[in-house]
Design a protein around this ligand. Structure first.
Ligand SMILES: Cc1ncc(COP(=O)(O)O)c(C=O)c1O
Length: 289
């Protein structure tokens, strides 16, 4: 005989849901663990080396035109159409003969150092150019070639000026003069320009007198460009002669930036070279324009 007992099974009631704050706490704990895991397993980038910039480096402001170039390039890469008015540079390429010659040289096997002061035939050709254009005799020995005139400023400033020397520039001028002079520890003396934006002998003499009255050390150097950037102002040959004479008579080393010679409107005065009036002047010129 089989007997079946039927047990009476009463289902257990479902457990009560955990209180809200327990759920929140658990979620936070999980999140924290996950974050910790990510942090510990993260592949760290090697940190960029940091440079403790020199006082000299920190004292030089950026060259604003290059900031504009950088921004314009960035916008161009993002698809914006850019009309470039920021840097002054030729619209054409190098002369065909120069391109051909460069090509020949590059495809020959000569790939070594060149003469540090520039290849002698090029220096001789430049000396001839000074003879033909300005009627001045310059020995090729006095000509140094640098990558861009900015390299020439560096060499000329280092050669001519000591730390603390007072060097005058027109109050409106190519900004790199100030930046480089500051960088080399020179005192920059801005000379107010005349109504044509020029610094002539009159403005230099006024600056010298003002320093004398203030008991400041004399002006040791002057740099200006004619035609000038950014104003386009130009000195006439007579004004340049007077300026050179004053510089030579008062011990001011004159650096004549003649990079814009040849870029003038028709009817402009003849462009004189400072070497016509002073054998002491340092001339800065460039192929870059
Ligand atoms: C007056 C002046 N000098 C020098 C330079 C620099 O010339 P480079 O490009 O040969 O360094 C410029 C450039 O714009 C300039 O305007």
């Amino acid at each position: 005989m089989s007997m079946f007992f039927r047990a009476k099974v009463t289902p257990l009631p479902p457990p009560p849901p955990p209180p809200i704050d327990v759920v929140l706490l658990a979620t936070l704990v999980v999140l924290a663990c996950f974050t910790l895991y990510l942090l510990l397993t993260r592949r760290t980038e090697p940190s960029a080396p940091t440079l403790e910039a020199s006082c000299r480096a920190r004292s030089v402001p950026s060259f604003k035109v290059m900031d504009v170039v950088q921004k314009a390039d960035k916008l161009a890469r993002s698809g914006r159409r850019i009309y470039h008015l920021e840097v002054g540079q030729p619209q054409s390429s190098a002369p065909r003969a120069a391109i051909e010659r460069a090509r020949e040289q590059l495809s020959s096997d000569r790939c070594g150092y060149t003469a540090a002061r520039g290849e002698p035939p090029l220096r001789a050709a430049l000396a001839q150019m000074y003879k033909d254009t300005y009627g001045v005799t310059v020995s090729p020995e006095r000509i140094h070639l640098t990558p861009g005139s900015s390299g020439a400023f560096t060499i000329a400033f280092m050669a001519a000026f000591d730390v603390g020397d007072a060097v005058a520039v027109p109050s409106v001028c190519y900004p790199c003069y100030r930046n480089l002079l500051n960088c080399y520890g020179c005192e920059v003396v801005p000379l107010p320009v005349d109504s044509r934006y020029n610094v002539t002998a009159k403005e230099l003499a006024a600056g010298q007198r003002a320093r004398g009255r203030a008991g400041l050390p004399p002006i040791k150097g002057l740099i200006l460009s004619s035609p000038a950037n950014p104003t386009g102002a130009m000195l006439t040959p007579d004004e340049l002669r007077e300026l050179c004479a004053l510089c030579d008579a008062t011990g001011v080393q004159f650096l004549s930036d003649e990079i814009y010679h040849g870029i003038v409107f028709e009817g402009a005065p003849r462009l004189a070279c400072a070497l016509e009036f002073s054998r002491k002047a340092i001339i800065i010129n460039s192929f870059s324009k």
